[in-house]
Ligand binder design. Structure first.
Ligand SMILES: [Ca+2]
Length: 167
């Protein structure tokens, strides 16, 4: 009888230990996930619809387009301007190859998704007046706009997309 009791206690303490460990992991995750704080409250958000690849192809017919989501959300240009100003504050300085145009575009898109859950800050690469380049595209109420993530400028002249990833 004493041996069975010891076995039952061993099993119970093993299970309890697992539960405590799982709770500790969940508490840790909660702390990490609470850190996202947008500085702007979106006023005019809208669902774009499912025709996003068609829209992009309409503007850049030869581009290779990847649209990974089934549904997309954009916002007004006034909201985008505030979002761009917010995200720009946390983008580091340029460093050749290690943090250059492609890294700006990837980070900008990720920060917009992290803070605002908008999936219409696409990553694009193509030709620009300064050579082959990477940037972002954003979807406002009147359609798609080019965004230069290194300085926040919207619709700079002479950019043409070869590749677009919208996720
Ligand atoms: Ca790079």
């Amino acid at each position: 009888m004493g041996r069975w009791r010891a076995i039952v206690i061993a099993i119970l303490s093993y299970v309890a230990g697992g539960i405590v460990a799982a709770l500790a992991v969940m508490a840790h995750e909660k702390v990490q996930r609470a850190a996202v704080k947008p500085r702007h409250e979106i006023e005019e958000e809208f669902e774009v619809g499912s025709g996003i690849a068609r829209e992009l192809r309409g503007v850049w017919p030869e581009a290779e387009i990847h649209a990974w989501d089934g549904r997309y959300w954009g916002c007004s240009m006034a909201d985008w301007e505030a979002i761009i100003a917010d995200v720009l504050r946390d983008v580091p300085v340029y460093k050749a190859e290690r943090f250059d145009c492609d890294n700006f575009a990837i980070l900008f898109s990720a920060l917009v998704a992290q803070r605002y859950q908008l999936n219409t800050c696409a990553i694009a690469i193509g030709t620009s007046p300064g050579g082959y380049h990477a940037w972002n595209l954003i979807r406002a109420e009147d359609g798609w706009h080019i965004l230069e993530p290194q300085n926040g400028r919207v619709d700079p002249a002479g950019y043409w997309c070869d590749f677009i990833l919208c996720a």
